[in-house]
Each structure stands twice: as C-alpha cells, then as structure tokens.
Write a protein that binds this ligand. Structure first.
Ligand SMILES: NC(=O)c1ccc[n+]([C@@H]2O[C@H](COP(=O)([O-])OP(=O)(O)OC[C@H]3O[C@@H](n4cnc5c(N)ncnc54)[C@H](O)[C@@H]3O)[C@@H](O)[C@H]2O)c1
Length: 256
C-alpha cells in the first residue's frame, strides 16, 4: 500500500507566511495539493488573492495581507486564520528578508534592524501566537520555520547580519521544541542552501553566483518546488516524532 507524503494533511489548516515569494508559493501549492486548507499570508493583498485564486478549489483557502513586523497584531492574525480555515494544524513560516552588503562597513543599523525584525523577532512572536492557539485546541500541531545555510556557515555574499538572524531562528526553534513538546507541538527548521529565487540573485553578479554554485556537489541551485516536499513531510503524520531538527536541503553544500 502506498502512503502519501502528505499523510494526515487532508482538510487540515496550515498558515503559510512569505506565501507569494519564490519558496512560499511552491509550499502553498504543494500543501493545497495534499488537501490542506491554507491561509496564505504575505505583504500584498492583491498578490495573496491572486495566489489563492490560482489554486484548485480556491474557496477552501484564504489570502491574508499582513506585515509580520507588526508583532502586536500576530495573535489576531493567527486567530483570524484559524476562524477562516475552521482549524489550525501547522505554521510554515517562510517569510524572510536578505539585505546583502559588500562588506561589513556598509551594514547600517537599519539593515540590521530590518533583517532581525522580520527574520527573528517576528518569528518568535508568530511562533508564540500559533503555539497559544494550538495549546487552546489541545490537538498538538506543527511549527516549521525557515532558516538558511547561513545559520551554519555565517553566509556568503555580504550576508553576515542575515545569517546571524537565521542562527537565532534555529536557536529559538530548539528552545520552543523543548517548551512546546509536552503539548504535542513539534518545532523544526528547514535550512535551504541556494534556491533560485530573486532573493538569491539580488546583489550577486555572475562570478559570485558561479562561485556559490561550485560549492554545491549537485552542481546547481535548487528550484523553489524542491523545498516543498520537506515542508509537506514535516507537517505530515510521518514526522510526528521529529522535533528540534534543522533539515539541511542544500544539494550537499552543507554536510552536517
Ligand atoms: N532563496 C534562497 O536561496 C534561500 C536560501 C536560504 C534560505 N532562504 C530562506 O527561505 C525563505 C524564502 O525565501 P525566498 O527565496 O522564497 O524569498 P522571497 O523573497 O521570494 O520570499 C520572501 C517572502 O517574504 C515576504 N515578506 C518579507 N517581509 C515580510 C514581512 N515583514 N511581513 C510579511 N511578509 C514578508 C516577501 O513579501 C516575500 O514574498 C526565507 O526565509 C529565506 O531567508 C532562501
């Protein structure tokens, strides 16, 4: 008997942030194909509406515009998503920002604050808001955060501040995995290597991209859709006993 990768996801509510980005849109499409009901969250209402409108049975899903830096509104965001989906099983927190600077002297305090506000600060308060709802409902659940190879390597191409924020994402995910485990809530990270989206190419010239590619044993960047199955697996029944893990999806660039 074949067991689907998305076992247990049918009709379950999943909140996906960064939903209209390169990886996020692939994740939304994969979860919808597995039968989940998705709350697709990103900055622009028209863009989330267009994404949801392109899914099969769009009325099963909802598009919500929100700036995750507005941490005082995250409880309301999560409660609204649960109400619209009927229930909430998982958070897939894909949203992130990268500001490349050629050297550390060029990094401004605004650069630092933006990356830490979106990548780290919002992650903690959004994870907590989701955990509160999952605890209230008493059925356990899943939190899946997006780190980066930079959490381990310190980053390439002027991304030291970004990488520090992603190191924080791994640490806070581990802490929350310990804290929330007794409630049956797992917390894991996905750490992409190099995924062919505008975030990867922005601020990198061709020689820099070639040098990055040469570090990858598979010899190519990932396509965004290649990240989605790892997310589906972590949200599914198959991963019920995996918590505190950081899954390296880097084509062999990292080996840990
Ligand atoms: N592309 C890569 O090579 C790569 C490598 C390692 C890690 N990652 C991580 O994977 C995730 C997705 O990356 P991507 O390449 O799809 O990037 P992307 O830029 O295509 O998507 C990021 C999304 O996050 C949204 N977002 C940004 N700030 C927000 C905010 N304040 N509130 C709400 N939404 C906000 C953006 O609108 C965008 O849709 C990110 O967390 C990124 O750090 C990407």
């Amino acid at each position: 008997m074949s067991v689907p990768l998305g076992a247990g996801l049918q009709d379950r509510g999943v909140l996906v942030t960064g939903a209209t980005g390169g990886i996020g849109s692939a994740v939304v499409e994969a979860l919808a194909e597995e039968g989940s009901r998705v709350a697709a969250v990103d900055l622009d209402q028209d863009a989330v509406d267009a994404l949801v409108g392109g899914l099969e049975d769009p009325e099963r899903h909802v598009g919500i515009a929100a700036d995750l830096r507005d941490t005082g509104r995250l409880d309301e965001l999560v409660r609204g998503a649960r109400a619209q989906l009927g229930s909430l099983h998982a958070l897939v927190h894909v949203a992130g920002v990268l500001v490349r600077r050629p050297d550390i002297d060029a990094v401004t305090e605004d650069d630092w604050d933006l990356q830490h506000d979106v990548n780290l600060r919002a992650t903690f308060f959004l994870n907590r808001a989701v955990a509160r709802v999952l605890q209230e409902d008493g059925r356990g659940g899943r939190i899946i955060n997006f780190a980066s190879q930079g959490w381990w390597t310190g980053g390439f191409g002027g991304s030291t501040a970004y990488s520090a924020s992603k190191g924080g994402v791994v640490s806070l995910s581990r802490g929350l995995a310990r804290t929330l485990g007794p409630d049956g809530i797992t917390v894991n990270c996905v750490a992409p290597g190099a995924v062919d989206t505008p975030m990867l190419r922005d601020g990198m010239d061709d020689p820099a991209l070639d040098a990055f590619r040469e570090q990858i044993p598979l010899g190519r960047f990932a396509q965004p859709a290649e990240l989605a199955p790892t997310v589906v697996f972590l949200a599914s029944d198959h991963a019920a006993y995996i918590s505190g893990a950081t899954i390296n999806v880097s084509g062999g660039q990292l080996m840990y």
